[in-house]
Design a protein around this ligand. Sequence first.
Ligand SMILES: Cc1cc2nc3c(=O)[nH]c(=O)nc-3n(C[C@H](O)[C@H](O)[C@H](O)COP(=O)(O)O)c2cc1C
Length: 239
Amino acid sequence: MQLQEMIEKRRSVRSYSDTPAEPEILEEVCGFLEQAKPLYPGIQTYMEIVDKEQVRFFMPWKAPQLLAIYSENKPGYLENAGFLGQQLDLFLQSLGLGTCWLGLAKLREKTCPEGMEFVILLAFGYPKGEVPLRSKEQFRRKKLSQIASEADPRLEPARLAPSSTNSQPWYFLREQEVFHAYCSTKGLLRHKGLGDMNRIDMGIALAQLYAANMGTFRFFREEYPEKKDGWEYIGSFRL
Ligand SMILES: Cc1cc2nc3c(=O)[nH]c(=O)nc-3n(C[C@H](O)[C@H](O)[C@H](O)COP(=O)(O)O)c2cc1C
């Protein structure tokens, strides 16, 4: 299945079989990560697969394996991490595996590659029971008209993106063929301590737009973006 097809079917999975993914699958995952596209090619990142024993979960469920994302701390690094991880989220779900982003879990040992910091975990594994794909109508999401200056159906992949506590902190301002992406700063206050998560969410939404427009998606930052009260400029893109 293509990554694009997963955008309208994926869901967060929170119930996993104890059986870890086979070594061949993990090899495929590593191969996929090597060719995943960064949002900011100048930011060094490192991703590794860790077992559940290496992770402190702060919720009542566990996944057998997780992807740990580390990055240099440079402007845009959280969006970049979300962008890379969401490509893997779609890929894993296309293989029949379940996934869930985990803001509320930490690595037990904080051994980071030099010059980098730990960013976030993406849990994955075989779902318990049948593969829980869903239809578009089952997504609990804001309407297109609530997240964009124009209800342009090309923004649908961003609308359907997963976000921390389903906060959907994005707004898209259209200016001819360019879209400007903004992140809610009210959301940042509302989720005290989880503030940075919203920047990861923005990268996730952009990754879904990239997955749906692989040949044409272009991301850039404007030097003098339009200011919007209560919103922070993240970047602009063409589809
Ligand atoms: C950055 C990020 C962090 C998240 N952290 C958690 C978490 O700690 N625990 C959890 O159960 N779900 C977590 N989620 C999953 C969201 O709750 C979920 O994506 C959202 O409710 C939308 O549901 P869906 O993914 O099934 O469409 C996280 C999602 C994102 C994007």
